[in-house]
Design a protein around this ligand. Sequence first.
Ligand SMILES: [Zn+2]
Length: 544
Amino acid sequence: MEYLNSKRVEIFDSTLRDGAQGEGISFSVLDKLKIVGLLDTLGVDYVEAGNPGSNPKDLEFFREVKSLTLSHVKLVAFGATRRRNSRAKEDANIASLVSAGTTWVSIFGKSWDFQVTDIIKTTLKENLNMIKDTIEYLISEGKEVIFDAEHFFDGYIENKKYAMQTLVEAAEAGSKSVVLCDTRGGTIPSIVALATKEVVELFKEKYPHIIIGIHAHNDASCAEANSLIAVENGARQVQGTLVGIGERCGNASLATIIPTLQLKMGYEVLTSEQIASLTLVSHSVAEIANISIPHGTPYIGRSAFTHKGGMHIDGVGKNPASFEHIVPESVGNERRLLMSEVSGRATILKRIQKYAPHLDKDAPITKKIIDSLKQLEMSGYQFEGAESSFELVIAKHLDKYTPYFTLDHYKTFGEMPIRESKTSHTAVVKVFVNKESAIEVAQGDGPVHAIDKALRKVLENFYPQLSAIHLSDYKVRVLDSMHASAAKVRVLIETTDGEYTWSTMGVSTDLIEASWMALVDSIEYKLMKEGVVPSIHHTKGDTV
Ligand SMILES: [Zn+2]
């Protein structure tokens, strides 16, 4: 088994498939495309992107994804073995898998006899036929097949001979990898070690080129431990989701597994540059999934390298290794010292210098910018998701920015019941552009939609380039759910002009105000980026 002598471990991300099966997770096609791009930057080997047979959204995704230029990642379409007592080439789901157009396909089949007889209600023999027929058919269609042995570990305990037979069937049929799945997520590491070792021994003799994979769920809080111990016993593909989202208690978190394999166990997973982007990519994926990463999450959590106790702060000051198991920057995270003035400044400075390389850390203006960014972060901003708002804050301090307009007032009102036309809300926006006032009214299918339309309508009179932009995404997060309706909300919007997409943010206890702030940033960013001079001409439109 030549790959066994290698330290290379393949990473297979299923955020878009198993992750999308987590409660509360729903990705739009655009979300999925963005996540594929992020995972490609991170450097994972495979992205399982969905099941074209199960829903039209996934079909659309596979059509759209062809226009992305990916540097490394292999896209994988996911589906089941054919139905019992039929033929793979006549199975509609398998036909749509083929039509996804990916070279790689992952197929799940039953490895636990109980699942075969009691759940899909067929014979053990027919289940083996289903595995063989499906894989052989897909290969005849030019596909590379990864076989997910569903419930493998439960099958291994209950009927080892049969569980092993399903793997052999997949190998004989031509699978490139055979993945041992802990589908119920309740297996403990010692069993995973034993079973993986036995599979690897068997394959070493008969199928030395087939890579053994591990797919673990977290129902006994062992998903990461199970994945790591499988690798120690010869698995060379780890399946999981970047931030651990997935069915029930979630999948193995790749953001934990990748650095552990690479930085502690000596396996080759990513380049050191790629692994240094782990924190940022994970938070970006979480933003798109609209979930928060718990502060205490290993490696990538906000508190992963945060020190509070006096002795800890003292120790870290003398030598960080005293209380840190790795160098935080190696995974793109940062050390934070609570009760200390200097927390996070170095990191913020680095990000400021991206936009203003001439600023050095001791300049008074740098201190002012850092202070205001920290102030905003304390009030609920999170600039990882909103680079454009971040850039605007810096521009405002550097006098690179003149306001394009000022708000006189806005007003929104809604009506119930909502009529068929769906324009249930009306917004009035009055602004001043270079001392000239202008007012517009617009209707929309919600207050934010109406206010967005009214704002752009009034400003297009002065800045015609705004007619080309529109909102491509809008997300709201409640920041402090303890206070229920009085809680702060963070609004993250994405705007596009068809060519570029940018993200901005607003925070307030008032949802409409938070949305307004994000909308204003979005428009100002566009104008600033294009070098538009704040208007002194008033061309058309009503003024009052
Ligand atoms: Zn799974």
